[in-house]
Design a protein around this ligand. Structure first.
Ligand SMILES: Cc1cc2nc3c(=O)[nH]c(=O)nc-3n(C[C@H](O)[C@H](O)[C@H](O)COP(=O)(O)OP(=O)(O)OC[C@H]3O[C@@H](n4cnc5c(N)ncnc54)[C@H](O)[C@@H]3O)c2cc1C
Length: 497
């Protein structure tokens, strides 16, 4: 690496330290949420051009107006996408989330870290409106000095910020509504089967966006010998776990990434008698490619790279298997009832009464519960709502054959997306409607880079997605818009001026 390259390796904290416009307490700030909300209104008003709603209404088979866009997932990506669409005056939209309010995504549920793992200055939900930023929201309530003093954002604050964002922007989220299926329908619409507490409902939309998060294009990865055990003896880190019930118990956790560490720490902090954390690699790699990739070129333009370069990048990123952040390591290291078994794998398991016997490469262990931090499998055939169309969706293995030394079957199953997150058909002409379905979920990484997989990408990913949706909504109706222009030209609205 040249000295010039070494100097460029993005080190954001030190870059920010040199810029005092970011840290001047004399600059005008809101001193309460009420003031901040007034600022949000004002700033949105200042940049509101153009203000016309423009998407042409389409009538659904039941006589209602079909939604312009339905977004599946009410987490941060879904919320930011809804805001992005509203700013472009796409007004007839709906978000669906299978969870109750406040339990969308990991922050109030299976995320067992104390703080966000990313640095506090990583933002983007604001889509360029300063008063909507996490920092503005935080400072309005706790002040500038508290922001300066805080190392990382507590996860509860992030969840509260998302709830505020949803409220202040009046985003139309329907909770306890799970998309169970979708299919092409009359007039170019997409019919959606939505499971609700009142039973199954059918809705119609023109464009469908999946913002379904880390599990959105697949499922939890469960070791086969664990899957064979009675269900009460094991959990995945994504599952609900009643940690209070683990007091006095023996818990085994497997996995070398942050979630395994956070689950082990949560069990130990809840008073488990012993917690044993196992990970295959003896040395965990401190290099985190997401941190490296936090610069505009990579975040905004990964998707513009040639196919073989995107493959090479992502394949390399996946080989990193980064270690948990330093504070997660410290949390684990501080707990006397938690033992780490580095460089150890599990090879088999069996149930013996109410305990699990684990065979590991360092011997036999007995636990009351085992927790799998084994991540996720990328495979759209494992998603109920996508399975019926799985054979129509183009995957990377349909589009690109990597050289022998770069093979990666997990990545090869990723959807091969178009330049704005849209699914593409596997065989031309068989399912052109799939281009109306956009995939802003974890499985987008190979096609789009980090834009859809975390906070650092939202600033770039959401505008790109919104651009793609709006482009289709306009271009598909070009003839109708032209007819409308002729009617307008001949109307009083013109001659009166
Ligand atoms: C434990 C954990 C910690 C993380 N920490 C960070 C971090 O610090 N910084 C960072 O940048 N990234 C982090 N990430 C990565 C990423 O930011 C999160 O996964 C984030 O939640 C992604 O937001 P999202 O809106 O895309 O998905 P989610 O927040 O997962 O929201 C998707 C929603 O869609 C719902 N859903 C899925 N399928 C359906 C369906 N068929 N019908 C209805 N609803 C459905 C889900 O239940 C969920 O509520 C973390 C991820 C995890 C798992």
């Amino acid at each position: 690496m040249t000295a010039e390259h070494a100097a460029f390796m993005p080190d954001v904290p030190s870059l920010l330290a040199g810029d005092d416009t970011l840290t001047d307490p004399e600059l005008p700030v809101a001193r309460s949420l009420a003031q901040l909300e007034a600022m949000v209104k004002r700033e949105l008003d200042l940049v509101r051009y153009p203000i016309k709603s423009w998407v042409l209404p389409k009538i659904a088979p039941d006589g209602s107006r079909a939604f312009d866009v339905v977004i599946v997932g009410g987490g941060q990506s879904g919320l930011a996408t809804a805001f992005g669409l509203k700013r472009e005056r796409v007004d007839h939209i709906l978000l669906l989330d299978e969870n109750p309010p406040g339990q969308e995504g990991p922050w109030g549920t299976y995320g067992r870290m104390r703080t966000l793992r990313s640095e506090k200055y990583v933002g983007g939900m604001d889509l360029g409106i300063p008063s909507l930023s996490i920092r503005a929201w935080f400072e309005a309530q706790y002040g500038f000095r508290a922001w300066e003093a805080m190392a990382k954002l507590p996860k509860q604050l992030w969840a509260r910020y998302l709830a505020w964002y949803r409220r202040v922007l009046d985003l139309p989220v329907r909770n306890a509504a799970r998309l169970a299926g979708f299919r092409p329908d009359a007039n170019g619409l997409i019919a959606l089967d939505v499971a609700t507490p009142d039973g199954m409902q059918t809705l119609w939309c023109r464009k469908l966006v999946f913002a379904t998060g880390i599990e959105g294009n697949g499922t939890r990865n469960i070791l086969p010998f664990i899957a064979a055990l009675p269900r009460h003896l094991w959990a995945h880190t994504h599952d609900t776990v009643d940690f209070a019930k683990l007091a006095g118990k023996r818990v085994g956790v497997i996995g070398g990434a942050a979630s395994a560490f956070d689950n082990a720490a949560s069990a130990a902090e809840a008073g488990a008698a012993e917690v044993h954390l196992f990970h295959r690699r003896a040395e965990l790699n401190p290099a985190n490619p997401v941190a490296w990739g936090q610069f505009n070129g990579f975040l905004a333009h990964f998707a513009d790279l040639p196919i073989e370069v995107r493959w090479r990048f992502t394949n390399h990123i996946h080989s990193f298997k980064p270690a948990p952040p330093a504070e997660t390591f410290d949390r684990v290291a501080s707990l006397p009832n938690l033992t780490r078994h580095a460089g150890v794998s599990w090879t088999d398991a069996r149930a013996a009464g109410d305990e699990v016997v684990i065979e590991a490469t360092d011997g036999t262990h007995r636990f009351d519960l085992v927790i799998l931090g084994t991540g996720y499998i990328l495979d759209v055939t494992l998603r109920d709502e996508m399975r019926p169309h799985a054979d129509l969706i183009a995957l990377w293995r349909d589009a690109y054959t990597p050289p022998e030394h770069e093979q990666n079957p997990n990545l090869a199953r990723a959807p091969y997306l178009g330049s704005h997150f849209e699914f593409q058909e596997k065989r031309p002409g068989e399912a052109p409607w799939l281009r109306s379905v956009f995939n802003f979920s974890r499985g987008a990484q190979l096609s789009m880079g980090t834009m859809a997989i975390g906070l650092s990408g939202i600033k770039f990913g959401v505008p790109r997605l919104v651009h793609g949706v709006c482009r289709q909504l306009f271009v598909e109706d070009a003839d109708l818009f032209q007819d409308g222009m002729k009617v307008w030209q001949a109307s009083d609205a013109v001659t009166e001026k």
